[in-house]
Design a protein around this ligand. Structure first.
Ligand SMILES: [Zn+2]
Length: 504
């Protein structure tokens, strides 16, 4: 399927080049957007034979939201489950944290954002629940929602087990495979899957992950990773409407929350917030020039945050520690994973051998892309390794962090991407609150491989509230007003996150 798309695209590019040679277009004009039977016109202009369309108007016609950040000319575009980030004047953009190249720079004109149609629309198509095609000769964008034949998925609890139903528009050949790690994989041959619809059915209460992929051999693959072991299961195809049913007939496969599970559709409540005060007990964390211990600052902020969340009856808060005690990496993860946490927030203070370095940071879990982020993760991770060595396990190896890193980094790679989008999203929300509340330098959102985030099966961030190694910020970190501001910012971001992900 992807291959077919690439070929199709290549064809388009060639056809387009050919037509442009014969019929050069250069004046400002409109492009037709054909959607649900009718059509609308959106602004476009042609520059050096490249058609640029107004993304602002496309969003208004086809859905999606543009967020402008005038400083630095950053513009993000959110459509269904995808997030695009553009930089005005640059051909590079980010799509859910990977970088792509449009060849031609995005442009601002008459207060609207213009993107090169032919290069941009295939990306939108890839992440959209609808088929989006660009016809360069007619200068038309076609948005077709009747394109998929693997349309939806539903989960429901039964008296003695669980039922998964995959909806099709017609009966198609398929197979079901249960693989290690409690994965159920459904391959539908000749299937074209509505990815964003299916992914939106992810329910954190009983699954770790839900994936929908369009494989190259014209096969749609839907994979669900359940939290419980799958022992006995069978499958069949039924009609009216056509769907594949997989019954997991196993008493063990029962969930605490089954009685609340709606028969169809999502119920992704975000109500359990895990607040993780960094370090504690034998682990002081970093120590400031005036002797302030990171562990004490982390706990003070964590308590203020927990208090705010507790007051809000729509949430339940769980702290990994509420006093000065040692909590291992495994204990922190167990507390988060066993409580059905929907969001994990780890609170820290940063440190640098350069005492002049200042500012706050918000991190989410993904491979680090710069040395600065990498060094923050190495510092935070080193405390867990040190703790392990004082407990007498792997005494020698723990001293040499390199011996442990490779194993953990393999695990990292596997788990890292699982909640990346939501974690990044929450990090951006916290960033927005901090920028307006905290009057110290904004170091912003970054990504790195933190052990503590990697063990948690839920969206998670790690914040560095300020630099304890800087005298001014050490004072701030001890200041109750500053601690409260950090807690307020996080609380507001939590509410934002809840309203966004629950309304999906
Ligand atoms: Zn720390």
């Amino acid at each position: 399927m992807m291959q077919a798309k690439v070929n199709y695209l290549m064809g388009l590019i060639l056809t387009c080049t050919f037509l442009l040679v014969i019929f050069p277009l250069n004046s400002s004009a409109d492009v037709k957007v054909i959607i649900s039977g009718g059509y609308e016109k959106i602004s476009s202009f042609n520059e050096k034979k490249i058609e640029f369309i107004s993304l602002s108007e496309l969003a208004a016609t086809a859905g999606g939201r543009l967020d402008w950040s005038v400083v630095g000319h950053k513009i993000s575009f959110k459509s269904e489950n995808a997030r695009f980030e553009f930089l005005v004047g640059s051909p590079y953009f980010r799509l859910n944290d990977t970088t792509h190249n449009l060849t031609f720079p995005v442009t601002l004109k008459d207060g609207q954002l213009f993107v090169p149609a032919e290069r941009f629309l295939p990306y939108l198509d890839r992440v959209s629940g609808r088929r989006i095609t660009w016809d360069s000769s007619r200068r038309e964008i076609r948005i077709d929602s009747e394109y998929f034949n693997v349309t939806d998925i539903a989960f429901s609890s039964k008296a003695n087990g669980f039922l998964v139903e995959l909806f099709l528009t017609t009966a198609l050949p398929y197979d079901v495979l249960v693989t290690e790690g409690n994965w159920i994989n459904i391959n539908v041959r000749g299937g074209t899957v509505n990815r964003s619809r299916i992914i939106s059915r992810k329910d954190r209460r009983f699954m770790y992950n839900l994936k929908a992929e369009q494989l190259e051999n014209n096969t749609a693959q839907i994979s669900v990773r359940f939290k419980r072991e799958i022992k006995t299961w069978n499958h069949k195809i039924v009609q009216n409407p056509p769907r594949i049913q997989i019954s997991i007939a196993d008493a063990n496969f029962s969930f605490d929350t089954t009685k609340h599970i709606a028969p169809v559709g999502p119920d992704n409540k975000i109500d359990v917030i895990i607040v993780d005060a960094g370090h504690g007990g034998r682990d002081n964390g970093a120590i400031g020039q005036r002797g302030t211990k990171e562990k004490d600052v982390c706990l003070a902020i964590a308590k203020k945050l927990a208090k705010l969340i507790r007051k809000d009856k729509q949430f339940k808060v769980i702290m990994t520690r509420d006093q000065d005690k040692t909590v291992s990496l495994e204990q922190r993860a167990a507390i988060a994973n066993n409580s059905g946490g929907d969001l994990f927030i780890s609170i820290h203070a940063n440190a640098s051998p350069k005492h002049s370095v200042r500012g706050w940071n918000v991190f989410f879990l993904a491979p680090a892309r710069n040395d600065s982020a990498r060094s923050v993760a190495q510092l935070e991770n080193s405390y867990f390794l040190r703790e392990r060595s004082t407990l007498g396990t792997h005494m020698e190896q723990a001293e040499q962090t390199d011996d442990i890193d490779p194993v953990l980094s393999i695990l990292n790679e596997m788990i890292m991407t699982e909640f990346q989008e939501e974690s990044h999203d929450f990090a951006m929300m916290a960033d927005r609150e901090f920028r307006s509340k905290l009057k110290i330098p904004a170091r912003g959102v970054d990504q790195a491989a933190f052990f503590v985030l990697n063990k948690v099966y839920t969206p998670s961030v790690l914040i560095e509230a300020a630099f304890i190694s800087n005298k001014t910020e050490e004072k701030l970190l001890k200041d109750k007003k500053y601690q409260q501001k950090v807690a307020d910012g996080l609380y507001r971001a939590i509410k934002r996150f809840k309203s966004k992900y629950e309304s999906k």
